[in-house]
Design a protein around this ligand. Sequence first.
Ligand code: ZN
Ligand code: ZN
Length: 227
Amino acid sequence: MISKTGCKNAGSNSGKEINTTAPNSIGTEDYEGLIREAIRTQLRCPICGVLDDLEFEHLSQLQYQVLHHDSVSRSIVLSAGFCAFHFRRFRKIATSQTSARLLHDLCEAWASNSLPSNSDCVLCSANAHHENFLVEALVGLLREDRFRQTFEESIGLCLAHHRSVESGTKNEKLIHFLRETQQKQFKRLSDNLHTLGSKRFFDASKQERAAEPDAIEKFVGRKALGA
Ligand SMILES: [Zn+2]
Ligand SMILES: [Zn+2]
């Protein structure tokens, strides 16, 4: 069963241990469905939007499992914890009891010098896995006329994902469409920002007000959310 954010096993905080340190297994069609939904409902880069949802789901599972299953905490400790970005995200979502438990185990490992010298953040690894499939799914969807139109009218891709999607295809027509669309979307933002800068914020339209966060999203994507 796929949840609204697409994760199998989502909401499985029932106590049953699941492999939370590996990416959730999602079918190709599900990635397409998630992209379609994101472009329709989220006013942001669709790949960043889906990744954030999947990551939140993964983090929710991790923070529960850390407290209830030693093996999950052990797997994270063996990876030397998370990267800086995901440590902060974990801290935000986890209770102080969960956070203390994981940090205690990590400190213990450092104290006994038993951490691996090379490690990968489990959440970064899962994101990289999902990202590849999402890029592939978007390239497939952009073959549909109707989807291309919806994509064009949306905020489109952040710069990083624009580059990933462009390198994910050899189709010259698609590459041309992506570049042209990116330029159109930036021009739309530029026009709205110009108007926004010339009037009081409260006199600005919804679209003009949105241009500010949208431009930041376009430049830095999900990283704009901070941690
Ligand atoms: Zn993005
Ligand atoms: Zn990470």
